[in-house]
Design a protein around this ligand. Structure first.
Ligand SMILES: Nc1ncnc2c1ncn2[C@@H]1O[C@H](COP(=O)(O)OP(=O)(O)O)[C@@H](O)[C@H]1O
Ligand SMILES: [Mg+2]
Length: 413
């Protein structure tokens, strides 16, 4: 007897960047969603929900068992990756395994594995106390960066040029770290790359490589823009991609989309971090697709359900594309114009502008990436892309009134 079974897919995480995955999954699956907050935007697509911390593995596993799910997945966020791996492993569903989930979400483990693999690294040490951090600083003798082991959005990531600065800033890094440990690392000063790749049955395929451009805000470490493809010449591009392949294969990832960040110091390229999920800010859902033609969500859903038998078609870079993002300064939004015009532009794709409305209050300063709003833009050449981004910025007319009454515009640089 055969019956048509609609697969039950559990998705963990319900921010703006998980919506594309949920929407696509709803076309062929019964979608269950687990997250601390689930906005009304998800209502049309889900059959049941679990309100919980995305890191709460046991609660999510119990929910998954109760519903007898057929697959579990996340995308564009790191903090759900361990729970996805844990649930899949415990239910015998397709996944990457808990150990690999830990490896891809713990920057200290990444560095330990890199050492085992003999891959060059920026000088670094994982420390459990400020005194140990100071000891490394004295030994290294230059500017260092400190960061928590396992958060995202640059929370707690700070540069320290002196011992006193390190002592002052250390607690904030430790506060964000799951086990309180902190990575102290040589501060690199070169350009940064972002690389998205695809893995199926441990086999690696690059999807695209781009450049990361930063806001000029101290210790914010937030990208104002990520642009595909990179402007790097062929030799440098190959060097980055060879390193990416060496790392992803060396880390033993079974399947998924990977998002890795690299930085240069002198002529050398170093890993900042790698993740076993697609890049956030719609890189996975939109920029990978605009770059390579891959339908990322379909691939992710298929691997979660164990039905991706062959490597999907990956096209060479199809066009220039990227995200541009801005922060709202602290205050109340008093004017929002041009959103409809921007959304109607043919080179503007998915974006978060729908969130903007007069009267909204922004209490967060420009200190963590979660208060950024992004727009996906494309163009046939790099210059056309840059011109299109400038047009978006010109067309958007946003004003914010600060608590002291002064009027400000969004922070784009
Ligand atoms: N060793 C380093 N030297 C210079 N900049 C760094 C270094 N490590 C991290 N950064 C900067 O800090 C940002 C955030 O660090 P990252 O390790 O990616 O943390 P998160 O997981 O919060 O994104 C990076 O994108 C990069 O710009
Ligand atoms: Mg990062």
């Amino acid at each position: 007897m055969s019956s048509i079974h609609t697969p039950k897919l559990l998705i963990i995480g319900a921010g703006d960047f998980q919506l594309p995955l949920v929407q696509e999954a709803a076309k062929s699956c019964q979608v269950l969603l687990a997250a601390p907050v689930i906005s009304g935007a998800f209502d049309p697509y889900i059959s049941d929900r679990l309100i919980c911390d995305v890191r709460d593995e046991e609660t999510i596993l119990a929910f998954a068992k109760k519903h007898q799910i057929d697959g579990v997945i996340t995308d564009q966020t790191d903090i759900a990756v361990r729970s996805v791996a844990y649930v899949a492993e415990n239910m015998g569903l397709p996944g990457i395994g808990s150990e690999t989930g830990l490896l891809f979400t713990d920057k200290s483990r990444m560095r330990a594995r890199m050492a085992e693999l003999g891959i060059h690294q920026l000088e670094n040490r994982t420390v459990a106390s400020v005194e140990e951090a100071v000891e490394f600083f004295r030994h290294y003798g230059g500017r260092v960066i400190i960061k928590p082991l396992d958060t995202q959005g640059s929370r707690g990531v700070q540069v320290c040029a002196s011992e006193q600065e390190l002592r002052d800033k250390y607690p904030e890094a430790a506060r964000w770290s799951g086990n309180g440990n902190v990575i102290v690392e040589q501060f690199a000063t070169g350009r940064e790359f972002v690389v998205e790749s695809l893995v199926l049955d441990y086999d690696y395929h690059n999807l695209c490589i781009g450049d990361t451009l930063y806001f000029d805000i101290p210790d914010a470490f937030a990208a104002k823009s990520r642009i595909f493809p990179t402007t790097a010449d062929e030799a440098l591009r190959s060097k980055v991609l060879a390193l990416d392949e060496q790392i992803i294969r060396g880390f033993g990832l079974r399947q998924g989309i990977t998002h890795s960040e690299y930085i240069m110091e002198g002529d050398e390229v170093y890993l900042i971090e790698t993740a076993a999920r697609g890049g956030g800010v719609f890189i996975s859902s939109d920029l990978i697709h605009l770059s390579s033609g891959l339908h990322t969500e379909q691939f992710l859903i298929n691997i979660a359900l164990g039905r991706q038998k062959e490597v999907p078609e990956i096209l060479p870079q199809q066009q220039y594309c990227g995200y541009m993002a801005f922060y709202l300064p602290v205050g109340r939004v008093t004017r929002v114009e041009g959103v409809e015009e921007v959304c109607a532009l043919p080179f503007v794709h998915r974006n978060q502008l729908g969130k903007l409305h007069a009267g909204m209050e922004n209490r967060e300063g420009a200190t963590d990436k979660t208060s950024r709003l992004a727009v996906i833009v494309s163009g046939p050449t790099r210059q056309a892309l840059m011109d299109n981004m400038a047009a978006v910025r010109r067309t958007l007319q946003i004003e914010i009134q600060a608590p002291d009454g002064s009027i400000h515009t969004p922070i784009w640089e």
